[in-house]
Design a protein around this ligand. Sequence first.
Ligand SMILES: [Zn+2]
Length: 196
Amino acid sequence: MGSGSTGRPHPREVRDGTESVPSREGKEKNNLNALFCPQCGRALKIKEIYRQPRAFCSECGYIHYEQLKVGAGAIIEKDGKLLLLQRTEEPFKLHWNLPAGYVDICESPIQAVLREVQEESGLKVEAIRIDDIYFFNDDPRGNGILIVYKCKVIAGRLSESSEGTNPTYFARDQILDQLAGGGHNQAIRSWQKKKT
Ligand SMILES: [Zn+2]
């Protein structure tokens, strides 16, 4: 197979490169991060289909429907303070966020939040209820929703992890300005405004 009419290289030729990553501009606008057809391997083109610009394959007819990412995060309080961690990786490196992460394909959002809290903070929690759900479009990895659970600590000891450092309980008037996007800033500001 050649490189196709778009001039973009075939995926087999750029396995280890960043060339297959779409432009930042395209991602922010459309989240179109599939450049090659998963059915036949041809380069995808973009046109308006069902009201949105979408990537499609002119060879076999495949249409790429981008879906929202799903994250799950935890509100964990102690003495009226909120647990935040400082991110160690981009995006939002060194910004503060809730213990949270993406929901894996084989787990429920509740399973994801329990797993992520334990991985990132060392705490074992149970989810009490959904606190709120936030839509975000400010994460370079893609748009999504963050499901935030109010959680209660049942075991474990607060500790650092490779993903989150400086685990700290913040009072409402101690929350710092540098908050992570991806729904975290919305959830943290919302918590801050609530009455104790
Ligand atoms: Zn195709």
